[in-house]
Design a protein. Sequence first.
Length: 93
Amino acid sequence: MNTLGEGELYEALLRLELLEEVLELLDERDLTSLEELAAELANEVGNEEILHCVAGLVSRGLRTAEDVERELATLEQAIEEPGTPESRWLSAN
């Protein structure tokens, strides 16, 4: 059975936190797409990390809060059950 190494688990938890922040920002700003969020973040100082995350999500075809929620659920499952095939997030970024 595959298990996450310490470094992989740390990376997964950081990614989980970023995805939750993306969802929170979409909700707080009443936005419907990641593209809208990226446009707003690009005009603000100090959002480079979250903007990079959003750009990565968009480049992988994610567009809406629902897409991010599915990604978050997949990541949570990969953390809880590391041997699942849904652990593709490890190579994505």
